[in-house]
Design a protein around this ligand. Structure first.
Ligand code: ZN
Length: 409
């Protein structure tokens, strides 16, 4: 397999988890950047080195700080997505507790990586006296993967909108245990950015562009001190401006060991597909598309648990409607709809009876800022996202430790 051979000889050496930092006054905003949490995605590491070098001459202009961390050092060196397990899938509070309890006695390479990365992130959150923004830098195995992913609450959406790349809504509901989700739940305004195909040089340029834009939109440096930001916006617009601004997630194909899933060659991100298109094969035969849409992240590497995603355009009109509904604080009224029941003891969770609340329920709750936790056939369990209120646009949340359960706000 050609891919395995090229993967094996293409490692990226990163000596320390801390790629670098540029510190301004305490109490200012912090931009936390994580690159290479998947080891075959080194573009972000290179981009962060470039930005930090370029910042050297203007440290006196900083109004906040930037901290750049490498995700999976062992996998970066091996040039593989991961060594023993995916480092971007076990960021749950239960798992962190378990890692803490057997500390250095972790069983896998990624246990060790995760404890170290967790410590480095906790140190940043601990010293934060103001808002913390995060940029989690990734690339895709197929071509054209330029987009952002975030948990859709108002401050996160505002941060994402600054990047002129498609925003994918609802992806985070289908992928559990990501660092993005845990950071967001704890008050970090976090964004995952995919900047192209793993080893294309443009992926580094786009990651660099995303970092410059985030430096400005997080308030770490004022725009007048970042002349790079104009070219950065132009670059991302050049490469992603032809695509719709927003997409919603429709479907994910899981890949498990032994199911024989193989994408057919030639598919790229955002490629339009029709119902019935046969785009992959698995042990049971051909894999077809269930409804028209566009492909996202077709799997063209050996490691990975997601075969492909199917998304469809999320019209700007509905994005506007949902923004207005949330700013107006309409979410609590959803609890009074027919077929909707509150979960006892959990003020932000509802059970939606799909028969009574019918087909519109899921869409309506998404517009109101709820995230789906579980689809139990006849009912849906959904939870209101934290920090999804207008007041958090005026005053950003101050994050808490990732290991303490979030309090109620
Ligand atoms: Zn990745």
């Amino acid at each position: 397999m050609a891919e395995a051979v090229t993967e094996a000889r293409r490692g990226t050496e990163v000596e320390e988890r801390l790629i670098g930092t540029a510190s301004g006054p305490t109490g200012g905003p912090i931009l936390l950047c994580v690159a290479g949490i998947h080891g075959n995605e080194p573009a972000g590491v290179h981009a962060l080195r470039r930005v930090l070098a370029a910042l050297d001459g203007r440290l006196d202009k900083l109004e906040g700080s930037i901290v750049a961390l490498a995700g999976n050092l062992a996998a970066l060196e091996a040039g593989r997505r991961f060594v023993d397990r995916d480092l971007n899938r076990a960021w749950t509070r239960a798992r962190l507790e378990q890692l803490r309890s057997n500390r250095a006695a972790g069983e896998s390479v990624e246990d060790h990586e995760q404890v170290e990365l967790l410590d480095a992130i906790e140190a940043v959150l601990h010293r934060a006296g103001g808002p913390v923004f995060a940029l989690d830098l990734h690339t895709t195995s197929g071509p054209g993967g330029i987009f952002s992913v975030f948990t859709d609450s108002l401050p996160h959406r505002a941060f994402a909108k600054e990047l002129p790349v498609p925003m994918i809504f609802g992806l985070e509901e289908l992928v559990d245990g990501t660092l993005l989700n845990l950071l967001s739940e704890n008050g970090v305004v976090a964004l995952t950015v995919e900047t192209g195909q793993h080893d294309e040089p443009d992926a580094i340029d786009r990651a660099e562009a995303a970092i410059w834009i985030a430096i400005v939109s997080s308030g770490v440096l004022p725009e007048r001190s970042v002349p790079e930001v104009i070219a950065a916006r132009a670059l991302l617009h050049r490469d992603a401006g032809h695509l719709p601004r927003a997409f919603e997630m429709r479907h994910k194909r899981d890949v498990v060991d032994g199911d024989g899933f193989v994408m057919k060659p030639g598919y790229s991100n955002f490629q339009p597909v029709q119902a019935g298109d046969l785009i992959a094969e698995d042990a049971e035969g051909q894999v077809g598309i269930s409804e028209p849409g566009r492909l996202l992240m077709p799997l063209y590497q050996e490691q990975g648990e997601d075969g492909f995603f199917l998304v469809r355009e999320f019209p700007a009109f509905w994005m506007g409607v949902s923004h207005v509904m949330r700013r107006a604080g309409l979410s609590p009224f959803a609890f009074w709809l027919p077929g909707v029941k509150r979960v006892t003891g959990s003020p932000d969770e509802v059970i939606v009876n799909k028969r009574i609340a019918s087909f519109f329920a899921r869409q309506l709750f998404h517009l109101l800022g709820f995230r789906q936790l579980e689809d139990a056939g006849s009912s849906l369990v959904m939870r209101r996202r934290r920090f999804d209120e207008g007041r958090y646009l005026r005053e950003l949340p101050v994050p808490t430790s990732l290991e303490t359960p979030p309090g109620l706000d």
